[in-house]
Design a protein around this ligand. Structure first.
Ligand code: HEC
Ligand code: HEC
Ligand code: HEC
Length: 359
């Protein structure tokens, strides 16, 4: 599998270095202005656009590029020794002998600092905190056998009919307060294989392991951002309620939730973030399209023009598209910002010149 993926990736790397040689900023080469130029910097968007392809959506180096690069991209979750300033230097100038190129022609100093801080806050929290490191070691030793290395639980009953809980599920995130977890780990759950740890772990250690689970495992999965539908949460209802793309969709339908999009604002975001795949002209021929399969949607094709109305565009932009590289933007954009960019796609490519509708 990696072999198949390696080729397009190398093409992409070649593309990046050609751009660098030609003195083009990627912002330029990627078919638009840099994300949110001049405005507020959104480090999650920067990371997602420029770094996750190699370092992974969770910063753990688990990306499609992983198998084809030597050395592989850095796993930030295990990189507690990296200082902020050494990271800034490498992101600015690159790292010799690796696929890590310098980003100084594409990103401003402020953007580089912001994306480094984002990585440190989102992916390195455990690595940077000795107490959580201890919690991690305790988890691996005492809990992973039943709850899985990533907290995913087990499908096999262990020592009783009740399955070890999937700690990373949205349901667990909603139900398990820190207090409840401390109680369950201290005293166990009667009638299940979940024994109390009060006789084996100190109160401090129980707190450390619970806080590790909460920080590192009880987070939305990487899939939520890489295109596999997240369960629950804002946007899920919208996606479920929205009509599936089908020829002959009702093109008069408004945005969901009474939103009305601003196509002008949406256009700026589109050119900075969507055009890399979908193309400035909406024809699916953005520079990243070459190494993606299935190809990004061509919005000006007849099939798209018959199927993609406002609610559908809104829902797919928000939730991403299962099994494709189409990211779920609800992680980084507000409802209104999604409506803006969806309005732009609709009025620019699907129905050029369509008037804004208001509910
Ligand atoms: C084409 C793949 C690729 C992309 C894209 C990429 N990186 Fe890297 N990155 C790597 C590789 C490979 C290494 C080197 C790992 C090593 O030396 O062990 C690395 C190393 C790093 C390091 C230094 C770690 C160390 O060991 O010193 C930082 C920090 C970093 N990357 C941040 C970023 C940021 C921020 C972005 C986005 C702006 C980014 N990377 C984009 C592949 C990539
Ligand atoms: C022998 C298997 C096993 C081991 C080891 C184990 N658990 Fe569990 N755990 C379970 C089972 C089974 C449940 C489901 C109990 C239930 O639903 O009431 C559970 C439930 C939980 C819950 C949810 C409790 C609740 O309030 O609903 C938490 C939190 C938890 N485990 C954390 C841990 C931690 C932390 C460790 C390590 C210190 C650990 N578990 C070790 C089997 C295990
Ligand atoms: C990394 C590449 C990539 C980026 C960036 C990207 N898309 Fe996509 N997009 C895709 C792919 C791949 C598909 C799926 C095409 C298919 O299934 O045939 C897709 C599909 C879509 C669809 C059609 C959904 C459907 O059901 O067919 C819409 C609408 C869409 N994207 C909007 C956007 C918007 C708006 C943005 C920017 C906010 C964006 N995309 C950014 C790759 C991308």
């Amino acid at each position: 599998m990696n072999r198949l993926l390696a080729l397009p990736l190398l093409d992409f790397l070649r593309f990046v270095s050609i751009c660098a040689l030609a003195g083009l900023g990627a912002g330029h080469a990627f078919g638009g202005e840099r994300p949110l130029k001049g405005g507020e910097i959104k480090p999650a968007v920067l990371y997602h656009n420029y770094c996750s392809v190699c370092h992974g959506d969770r910063g753990d180096g688990r990306s499609r590029a992983q198998g084809s690069l030597n050395p592989p991209p850095r796993d930030f979750t295990a990189a507690g020794e990296l200082t902020r300033s050494s990271m800034i230097t490498i992101v600015t100038h690159g790292k010799n002998g690796t696929a890590m190129v310098g980003w100084k022609t594409q990103l401003t100093d402020r953007e580089i600092e912001a994306v480094v801080d984002y990585i440190r806050q989102s992916f390195m929290v455990v690595a940077l905190d000795p107490r959580l490191q201890r919690g991690k070691a305790l988890y691996v030793h005492n809990c992973a056998v039943c709850h899985g290395e990533r907290g995913q639980g087990s499908t096999h009953p262990v020592g009783g009919p009740v399955l070890p809980r999937n700690l990373s599920s949205p349901q667990s995130r909603a139900e398990l307060s820190r207090e409840r977890m401390l109680g369950s780990v201290t005293h166990g759950r009667p009638g299940t294989a979940m024994a109390g740890f009060a006789d084996r772990l100190s109160q401090q250690d129980i707190e450390a392991v619970v806080d590790y689970v909460r920080t590192a495992l009880m987070v939305p999965t990487s899939e939520a951002i890489s295109g596999v539908r997240a369960h629950g949460g804002r946007g899920a209802d919208v996606a479920a309620a929205a009509p599936k793309p089908a020829a002959g969709a009702d093109m008069r339908l408004p945005m969901p939730m009474g939103l009305s999009g601003d196509a002008q604002k949406g256009g700026r975001f589109y050119n900075a973030n969507c055009a890399t795949c979908h193309g400035v002209k909406g024809d699916g021929k953005g520079p990243r399209a070459y190494f993606i399969n299935p190809k990004p949607r061509n919005f000006v094709a007849a099939a798209s023009r018959a199927a993609l109305n406002r609610p559908v565009i809104y829902a797919t932009t928000s939730m991403g598209k299962l099994g494709t590289e189409m990211p779920a933007w609800s992680k980084v954009l507000s409802d209104q910002e999604i409506a803006d960019v969806a309005e732009y796609v609709f009025t620019k490519f699907i129905r050029p010149g369509a008037k804004a509708v208001r509910k």
